[in-house]
Design a binder for this molecule. Structure first.
Ligand code: DC
Length: 236
């Protein structure tokens, strides 16, 4: 292998653990494509909400949603500022999928095996030529078990809720910290306890607790790990 070797970087962790920021910044620094797999589950959850296939309490019409899956296409569109917007059947839903009404129902939608199988297949297509950084819950365990670099990000529920709360307030949302903390803890529990691809650390993943780290410290830590993998592959 040589220096042009392209790898897959899988970054898994709890919601609002800062993994998307890390993943996006690494992808931009090394010229890889970034894929936010959580956005894909959010897009399916939005579809389900809009089609009346899930209620606001998160009760899903599972047969209805499974039957609709062939009609649900999720893709990403690169933006001039380097970000990528999520497309649901060609419609830019990037800001809608971040709303609390979607966060409130996404975990039960993401627990449905057929939803996972469909999105996993699309995610594997994105990684076919490697050169990709993908973040989520099961990227290192299920989507790309052969990823060359796997990171498992952890941070306390309080730290994560505080981060998410600040993001939502900056976007003009009127949620309270208590609501966000409740949503984070509820999602943690569903994501860890579902039968299909629950969130867990891959045996060969490197753990990172970033509760006390700045974004710059995280960037430096991650690029160091990335360079280490590239270096060891170029020697082999
Ligand atoms: O990372 P996020 O909060 O945007 O993820 C939204 C939801 O999607 C979350 O409840 C867990 C689920 N998810 C998943 O089950 N598997 C992934 N690879 C990514 C996200």
């Amino acid at each position: 292998m040589n220096n042009s070797t392209k790898i897959i970087v899988a970054i898994d962790g709890f919601s609002s653990s800062g993994k998307s920021t890390m993943a996006r910044r690494l992808a931009s620094a090394v010229g890889y494509r970034y894929i936010d797999s959580g956005a894909m589950y959010r897009a399916v959850a939005l579809y389900a909400l809009e089609s009346g296939l899930v209620d606001v309490a998160g009760n899903v019409d599972v047969p209805g949603l499974v039957a609709a899956l062939p009609q649900i296409n999720v893709d990403f569109e690169p933006q001039p500022d380097g970000m990528q917007h999520t497309l649901l059947n060609g419609r830019d839903v990037e800001s809608e999928i971040r709303q609390l009404r979607v966060s409130d129902v996404v975990s039960p939608v993401a627990a449905i095996p057929e939803v996972r199988h469909r999105l996993t297949a699309i995610q594997q297509q994105f990684g076919k030529e490697r050169g990709i950084v993908m973040d989520g819950r099961d990227i290192g365990t299920t989507v790309f078990p052969d990823a060359e670099l796997k990171i498992y990000v952890d941070a306390s529920a309080q730290t994560r809720a505080q981060r998410r709360f600040m993001e939502l307030v900056e976007k003009g949302s009127s949620v309270t910290y208590a609501e966000v903390l409740a949503n984070v803890m509820h999602r943690d529990s569903i994501d860890c306890n579902r039968a299909e691809s629950p969130l867990r650390r891959a045996g060969d993943a490197i753990s990172l607790d970033n509760s006390e780290m700045t974004i710059e410290e995280q960037d430096a830590w991650l690029i160091d790990k990335f360079n280490g993998v590239i270096e060891s592959l170029s020697k082999s």
